[in-house]
Structure formats: C-alpha cells, structure tokens
Write a protein that binds this ligand. Structure first.
Ligand code: ADP
Ligand code: MG
Length: 273
C-alpha cells in the first residue's frame, strides 16, 4: 500500500504547508493518540536551521513521541510535520497529498539522525563498521570513501584509537559517542537525541555532553530531549517545555529557566535541578 492512496481529508491544508518557512523542522497542529490516550495535542513548533532546541518536561509528556514523528517512526493523526521543507510521510501533487510508500519513507528517514538512550550499536560490528554501514547501504557510498569519512567522524568524537573495537569492549560513554558518529555519517539535516545520557554512569555523562556541545557549536540542527538542565542552558537556542502532550511554553533558555511563566514549568524545574 501507500504511494498512490490519497489522504483525502487533507487537501486544503496542503496549500498552507506549501507556503513553507525555510525552517529545518516544523510541526503544524500536530496531534497523536494511542487508543484513547492523547499523547500530543495540537503541537506547534518551528525550529530554525542550525538551531539547538532542547525539549524538557516530565516523563510521559510526549517528548519521545514528538521525536519519533520527526523521524518518520510515527505518523501524526492530525496536522503536519516537515523536515527540510518536505512533508513527513506524504508527497504533494497539486493540492492533494499522497501517503508515501515505505521505501520512500526509509529514504527520507536518512535525512534525520537519531541517537537513543540505549546506544543501539550493532554488537557484531566494530566501531568503524557501525559507522560505515548506513552510508554504504542507504546512500551507496563506496567502502573506501565511507571509511575515510568514518575516520574523520571518529576523530571528531575523540575515538580514533577505537576504530576496530567492538561495542562490548567500549564504555557506555564511548559507545554513545560512536552512536553519535554513526548518526552523523548520513549527514542528516537534523539530529535528534532522546535522553542521550540517561543510561550512562554519572562519570561518563560529561564526555558525551561535550561531543554534543561541540556539534551544537558547529551549526548542526539539533533537537535534544534531556534532563541535564545545566547543559541545556549552555547549548540551547530554544527551550520547549512539554507536559501532558502539550507545549506549555517555549523560548530562549534564560526566559524559560529563570522566568518561567507557567507554574508547571517552575514545578518541573524545581524537581529536576
Ligand atoms: P516522554 O518521552 O515525554 O516520557 P512518550 O512520548 O514516551 O513521553 O510517551 C507519552 C505517552 O504516550 C506515555 O503515556 C506513553 O505510555 C504513551 N505511548 C508512547 N508510545 C506508545 C505506544 N507505541 N503505544 C501506546 N502508548 C504509547
Ligand atoms: Mg521519552
């Protein structure tokens, strides 16, 4: 299925989406439910290219679901998501939207990198092989070229000496830095982090946050879910506070952290600090 099935309820809104904003990621009136549980409720976001957005909020707020929508792992029930000006999950023909075929969704998913809490490296592949796998398989890049790029990425995450190590031979912090290098290898338009340090022993958190901070400075568009509020304050251009499926406030880090306008934000920050 897919590819030819019109999403018939949506043609008029397609025209609004077509207006475009030049933003790296937009969410326009996005709603998502699982069964009768509303997990995202009319979420409106616009993330500028090259910006760093930090998503905060209590467990169950819908943060991971929001990332999964940007990464084509979930489909919105209402509204639209765009990445790099392209609609997630649909192609447009005039005013009509068509659901994309799974093969096309897979291709577009390569535009969005994702780093998870649990590093998710392939255990039977070395660090280098983990990094070159997707560029070769998804982008068809020749091995020599993929290896050269991987060497640069390993250097960038400070692990040039671990190219031939297997994940089990690496610390959690090192595995997560390899996972970041692997995500970067596809040169994504946007890189998403879902609590990238939550599974790490405390002494390993800093090395991973440093790599992400370095990326933030390099102008990569990042969306980061984290409870590391000091880090968030340092790297974020934009902080989005979510609760119960809603964006309850958003703004620059100083505004959100020092002068929250919502009691729920103040309560959450007090608990998390
Ligand atoms: P957060 O990342 O902010 O903790 P999530 O996006 O993971 O929040 O989850 C939001 C809510 O949606 C939670 O109540 C969760 O149980 C529910 N949820 C998430 N994914 C699914 C799913 N695939 N099926 C059913 N419920 C889900
Ligand atoms: Mg989550």
């Amino acid at each position: 299925p897919g590819g030819t099935r019109p999403a018939s309820a949506r043609p008029t809104i397609a025209t609004q989406v077509a207006a475009g904003t030049g933003a790296a990621v937009t969410l326009q009136g996005v709603g998502k439910s699982f069964g009768d549980q509303v997990v995202l409720d009319d979420v409106q976001l616009e993330l500028k290219a090259g910006s760093v957005t930090v998503l905060v909020g209590p467990s169950g707020a819908g943060k991971s679901t929001l990332l999964r929508l940007i990464n084509h792992l979930e489909r919105a029930d209402h509204g639209f998501v765009t990445v790099g000006g392209q609609l997630v999950g649909y192609r447009r023909d005039g005013d009509t939207l068509y659901e994309l075929a799974e093969s096309e969704i897979r291709r577009r998913r390569a535009d969005v990198g994702m780093v998870f809490q649990s590093f998710n490296l392939f255990p039977h592949l070395t660090a280098l092989e983990n990094i070159i796998e997707a560029p070769m398989a998804v982008r068809g890049i020749p091995r020599v070229q993929a290896e050269r790029q991987a060497a640069d990425l390993l250097e960038r995450v400070g692990l040039s000496d671990k190219a031939n190590a297997y994940p089990r031979q690496l610390s959690g912090g090192q595995q997560q830095r390899i996972a970041i290098a692997r995500a970067l290898a596809l040169q994504p338009k946007v890189l998403l982090f879902d609590e990238p340090t939550s599974a790490l022993d405390p002494e390993l958190v800093t090395e991973v946050l440093s790599v992400i901070e370095e990326l933030a400075r390099s102008g990569t568009t990042l969306v980061i879910v984290t409870h590391e509020l000091g880090f968030a304050r340092r790297v974020a251009d934009h902080v989005v506070m979510m609760d119960q499926g809603k964006v309850i406030e958003q703004g620059p880090p100083d505004a959100i952290f020092d002068h929250p306008r919502q009691q729920r934000t103040a309560d959450f920050l007090a608990k998390t600090l």
